[in-house]
Structure formats: structure tokens, C-alpha cells
Design a protein around this ligand. Sequence first.
Ligand code: ASP
Length: 402
Amino acid sequence: MKKMKLTTKIFLGLILGVLVGLLMQRTPGIANTYIKPFGTLFINMIKMIIVPLVFSSLIVGSASMGSLKSLGRIGLKTVLYYLLTTAIAVSIGLLLGNLISTGHGLVVPIDANIETTEAPSMITTLLGIIPSNPLKGLVEANILQVIAFALFLGVGCTAVGKEKSASFVNFFESLAEIMYKITAFIMECAPYGIFALIVPVVADYGTDVLKPLAMVILAVYLGCVIHAILVYSTAVKVFANINPIRFFKGIAPAAITAFSTSSSSGTLPVTIKSVSENFGVPKQISSFVLPLGATINMDGTALYQGVCALFIAQVYGFHLSIAQMATIVLTATLGSIGTAGIPGGGLIMLTLVLQSVGLPLDGIVLIAGIDRILDMARTCVNVVGDASCAVVVSSTEKNIDY
Ligand code: ASP
């Protein structure tokens, strides 16, 4: 109920922002001087929590794998499935972004104050994933390094065993909980932040901004449907011999919960219930695959990041090379591991994807106003993806029982 209210408020913030922006088209200076700073404050709050949120939630996620044995075969299958489907998702997003040309028709000139960093090469990105100094990675908010270090710590925790790692894991569990709460608080500010972000954009660029945003919504929703039909239908049919329609029907309660809460983590109990009741996935598998999935598997989010990165590139007049698109696939795939399964988690990670290819972070402003609408669809896909993995892993382990 509370979430619904927040969603309504965010919609209201967006619509009011557009209306006020339209009214202020003749006085964009006022909008930029007096309203935009509140939007910047909102973006800064989001940036503030990236590192602690990713670091703590990922340590807890990877440490919850139990014994090193269970970390073995099932862990490998799960992680491979998650990474592969996520890479497909972001590729679909990039393809749709190219085909639909979401950003054409709106050209936002680069602000001279925006720093455009030279895009790092693929090999530099790959080598840079393992931090030679993890503390430096944390301080500089190098998210890929933060993810790598957190994974090492999580696996290390599993290796030394529950008893010895308990106090360490407990600390990060509590940090993760606190970060979720702070994120929830920041999301409470979202209606105002979004209002303040959208007013100067509309005041500066007028209604031209709306058409391409509608195209972004179309591209993300279409991509989600294509990904679900293409990837999950095939996976459950081929590996688990389940009729796709039956799969989607069985997972519908979790999908609807995800759509309305915009949180994979919040949907987790429903997801576990749906896969065990409707597909007979045993508890040992669902309790390992699904919580991990809610933390590290975000197909819908990666797809959305592909669409948005292209949209922002087109709007700011950047041409993305094939190598840069490959960097986006890699960053969004790895970044989705560190995305928290909470409302707005993917928007935070979008900064990382933009940064990886030197796109202006200000592009986030354009997306933030419609992010909640996109979040509902992508969370739905995130959760259905987790469930499909549980069904597939369980069936390949010959444990499924219809
Ligand atoms: N809300 C999404 C989830 O919980 C994450 C995101 O914002 O993309 O799965």
C-alpha cells in the first residue's frame, strides 16, 4: 500500500514537473537556478549510497552460499545462467535502442562543465576489475573493483566457515539492511527530486523531450517481453521440459508482486513459494538460487541500461563504437551483480554503465523522471529470470518433481 502511494506520488511529481516546466519555458534561468539544485541534491544522495550498498549486499549475497561444496556445481550453473541471460538481455536492449532510435529528435548539447572522460579500452577495463589496492577502489567508487573485492570476501567467508565468518558477515548484513533503509528514504524523496530534475529539462527543451521518453518506455517494455518470450520460454522448455505458458502462469503471482513493488528482494518470499508450489523446486535449490538471484541477477535492469545508454548517447550526439557497446554489455552484466533488488537500484547502476564509455552522467536526469515506470517492467523480468534459473538448475539436478 505504502509502495503504491509512493508510485502515485512519483507519477504526480513527474506530471507536475512537466507542467511547471512547460509554464517556465520562457524563464528557464529561474528553473535552473532555483529548482535544479534540489534535483542535484537527489542525485548526490543516490551517488552517496552506491559503494556501501553494493559492497555490503554483495558480501552478504556471496557469503550466503553455505558450504564450499554447494558453492561448486550448483553455484557455477547458477552464476553461468545468470551471466549469460543478463548478457543476452543487455544486447537486446542495445539492439532495440538502435532500431527504435529512442534519442533521435531530441538533441541536448553537451554542457561545457560536464566532464567527458575518455572511454577506457576493453582490456584496461578487464584488467582493472581486480583491484591491486581494494581500499583505493572503494574510495574512488570504482564499482567493478568493489564488486570483485566483495565477491572475494564473500567466497572467503564461505571458505573459512560459518563460525569464523559470522561476526564479519553479521556486520555487513546489518550494513546492508541499513543501506536498504537509506535507499527507501531516498526513494521517499524521489517525487520531489524527480520534480526538481524534470522542471529545468522541460523548461529548457520543451515538449520535444517527451516523445523520445515515450520511445524509451516503449523500447524497455518491448525488450522485456521479447527477452521473456525468447530466453525464458526456451530455457524452461529445453532444460526442464515445461510448457512456457504453464511456466508464465505459475510464476504470475511473483511477477505481479514484482511489478507493483519494484523490488526483487521484496518479492523473494512470493518467488520461493511460486517455484516450489507450482514447479516442485526443492527447498535446497530455491533457497540458494533465488536469494542469490534477487541480489545478482537483473536481466530486466541490464536490458533497461542498454536502452538508456543508447538513448543518452543519441541525445548527446555520441556515436558508440562496437567496442564501446561490448563494454556496455560487460559493465551492465557485471554491474547487475552489484545492483540491489530494491526500487531504483538500477538507476543508480546506470551511472556506472554511462561512466564506462564516457557518456555524460547528466543523461540520468532525462531517465530519472520516468524511472519508476521502467522499474516496474524490469523488476518483473528480473524476478521471472530468477525463477526460470531455479526451475532449470533444479531440473538439471534431476530434482524436479511435477
Ligand atoms: N528494482 C529492481 C529490482 O528490484 C532493480 C532496479 O532498479 O533495476 O529488481
